[in-house]
Design a protein around this ligand. Structure first.
Ligand code: 6R9
Length: 653
């Protein structure tokens, strides 16, 4: 926005939301974290984080909490720790080996219940197998898997022996896998023959074969048999998991790794440039993931059943399916498939079956459920739920209230958690026992997190102001850099504002001082000199009873600079649209936000282009709206979606 002629403008502040949902009294009274945590952390931030680090088992205590050589941070230096020991051995040694770590549910309905003791044995065996395959401490291991327990086992086996896991979402293309293998120089790829999605086996091994063909750096491909489909086999290189892992000893003596030893690399796809390998290390990452999982969800490990309905190939899966829940000794649900297979009530059936108490998912899923209608969840007993979470995009106020009412029985707090691959763990979120929830707002930086909303010059904005979210001080689970590219790390995150971490999101602070996230700064539209956030126009559209989901982009326009083009998916009962509805929707946006926000065009489409985490890829929609060739589509979950949208756009314009 600095580049716009109206450089002084802030993001607009168009939406007004006055609904408030105070925490249930019993939840507030028994909450893990109360309001005093903020003052405690403000008083001595490093002492606060040191206290949280003591939740974990350290092989050797740290000498210093933080070494800060901006923008490079080291946390808990001198300490040694093993992430797998913290996730497994610690609980087994304390007599909790029989506790269920995962209730795993396959898409076809097959299930596995895995205790902490069993998971530890599996991880020790896999550790021994990786060692036999020649994997050494510091080597990178790619994991290209469906959502099955072996995915977690492979990650923890790497962590145990000090290898660095690099999980690639199983829905990514050969190209996306290939560039990640090159950049990380992975030595082994762990994969499966395939997994189940939408009622049928989808394959993974052929993509690995194709990607590994010209990449001699990959010495072995370790293959889990999941679906039983035929696979091509390269002798010497390919190894069946059941051949090598099952015959290993369940004993493996783990050593403590340096607190700053790399734990994993996770690639984020930039909008145009080559993907960035975000590096996380061990001690600080585990500290913040463990603390936030316990604090933000008010986790009671003895009684809760926690479910992050997301893919492990997204950072949300790393932090809140694997490291957070396991480090806290929680019981989690893990589900392999899609929410509509074999029926649209699948998620709610799972909640009922396992008595899920805390559920965490993306707004895109919630909007899909809205589209399918409230009768579907109403058919299941969801009374076990006590906290709901949202992550991945700003949650539209309408989606928030729908979620709270139809899934949470108008009883559960909803925590809207803002964070990124780069931040490693949750950064901004209400606490369920402290705050009155505000639909659409992530509200407060967590205790110990120095997030702020600033203007163009990097100065804090007062209540009612808008600008950019930044982080002023290092935090334990922050990225330690971009794999192999320290300059790009500085340029991308630390050059926009002197001394501040810039995540790239727009934000505003309301009159109560609460933070609202407004989407990626790259997506902000400039219409006749006014900055308008895509999020706000989308939320206005979703508030219309006939709209389930929408994506808004700014397209070049000869008169207004940019004009608003909206793509909408209608709710099940709304029919196919038609000119009258489009007119009604344009008027509806103008009435809710003001005439300046009235879309120039509204296209009714059957689908929207999404990433693995359900984020709308607005740059592709911009390409459509401006009649350009599509940019990189290798990280799209469903490549067919764009053809349908182009067709709809062509027919409507
Ligand atoms: C965890 C995750 C990061 C980007 C982030 C922001 C968006 C995530 C959000 C949210 C508004 C929330 N985002 N959570 N925006 N409210 N609660 O999603 O990581 O895939 O790296 O994406 O997602 O734009 O910058 P990642």
């Amino acid at each position: 926005m600095a580049e716009t002629p109206q450089g002084q403008e802030t993001l607009s502040n168009l939406l007004h939301e006055s609904r408030r949902f105070p925490p249930p009294e019993d939840l507030a009274a028994a909450a893990n974290v109360k309001a005093d945590a903020y003052a405690e952390a403000d008083d001595d931030r490093l002492a606060f984080w040191a206290k949280q680090a003591e939740r974990l088992k350290w092989e050797q205590p740290w000498d210093r909490v933080l070494d800060w050589d901006p923008p490079f941070a080291k946390w808990f230096t001198g300490g040694t720790i093993n992430a797998a020991v913290n996730c497994l051995d610690r609980h087994v040694d304390a007599g909790r080996g029989d506790k269920v770590a995962y209730h795993w549910e396959g898409e076809p309905g097959d299930t596995r219940t895995i205790t902490y003791a069993e998971l530890k044995d599996m991880v020790c065996q896999a550790s021994n197998a990786l060692l036999e395959l020649g994997v050494e401490k510091g080597d990178r291991v790619a994991v290209y898997m469906p959502m099955i327990p072996e995915t977690v086992v492979a990650m923890l086996a790497c962590a145990r022996i000090g290898a660095v896991h690099m999980v690639v979402f199983g829905g990514f293309s050969v190209d996306a896998l290939g560039t990640r293998l090159d950049d990380s120089a992975a030595k082994v790829v762990v994969t499966a023959d395939g997994g189940y999605r939408r009622g049928k086996p989808s394959s993974l091994k052929p993509a690995v074969d194709e990607a590994v063909k010209d990449r001699p750096a990959v010495e072995h491909v370790l293959v889990v048999r999941r679906t039983g489909q035929d696979v091509d086999w390269t002798d010497g290189r390919d190894v069946w998991w059941h051949d090598i892992v099952d015959r290993q000893s369940t004993e493996h003596t783990a050593e403590g790794h340096d607190a700053e030893h790399p734990l994993y690399i996770m690639y984020t796809s930039g909008t145009t440039a080559k993907p960035k390998g975000i590096l996380h290390t061990t001690g600080g990452y585990l500290t913040q993931v463990s603390y936030t999982h316990w604090a933000v969800f008010d986790l009671k490990p003895e009684s809760d059943v926690f479910w992050t309905a997301a893919d492990i190939g997204w950072v949300t899966g790393h932090s809140y399916i694997v490291y957070g829940p396991l480090s806290n000794g929680a019981t989690s649900v893990m589900y392999e498939g899609t929410p509509d297979t074999p029926h649209k009530g699948r998620f709610w059936e799972i909640v009922e079956k396992y008595g899920v108490t805390i559920a965490y998912m993306a707004p895109t899923a919630i909007r899909t459920f809205m589209k399918w209608g409230e009768d579907i969840p109403a058919g299941f007993d969801l009374s076990s739920l006590r906290v709901l979470g949202s992550v991945g995009e700003p949650i539209n106020p309408e989606a928030y209230t729908w979620y709270r009412k139809n899934i949470g029985g108008d009883r559960t707090p909803v925590v809207d958690t803002w964070w990124q691959t780069e931040t490693g763990a949750i950064m901004v979120s209400p606490l369920p026992g402290v705050h009155s929830g505000k639909p659409g707002a992530a509200m407060r930086p967590l205790p110990g997190i120095a997030a702020d909303v600033v203007d163009e010059k990097g100065e804090s904005v007062p209540p009612g102001g808008g600008g950019f979210i930044v982080v002023r001080e290092p935090w334990p689970s922050m990225l330690r850099g971009i794999w192999g590219d320290p300059e790009r790390y500085k340029d991308t995150y630390w050059s926009r504002f002197e001394g501040l971490y810039f995540p790239g999101d727009g934000a505003k602070r309301d009159e109560d001082g609460d933070i609202w996230l407004l989407g990626r700064v790259d997506d902000v539209m400039l219409v006749s000199g006014h900055n308008i956030s895509t999020t706000e126009v989308e939320s206005a559209l979703v508030a219309h009873p006939k709209v389930a989901e929408s994506a808004v982009v700014g397209a070049t326009d000869p008169t207004t600079g940019q004009a608003i083009v909206a793509f909408v998916i209608l709710r099940g009962e709304a029919g196919d649209g038609g000119e009258d509805l489009v007119k009604e929707l344009r008027e509806h946006v103008a009435a809710s936000l003001g005439p300046i926000a009235k879309p120039r065009q509204i296209m009714v489409v059957p689908e929207l282009p999404k990433t693995r985490s359900g984020k709308i890829m607005r740059r592709l929609l911009r390409d459509v709206a401006e009649n350009r060739e599509l940019g990189d589509v290798s990280t799209l979950t469903d490549a067919g979606a764009m053809d349908k949208i182009r067709t709809a756009f062509g027919a409507g314009s």
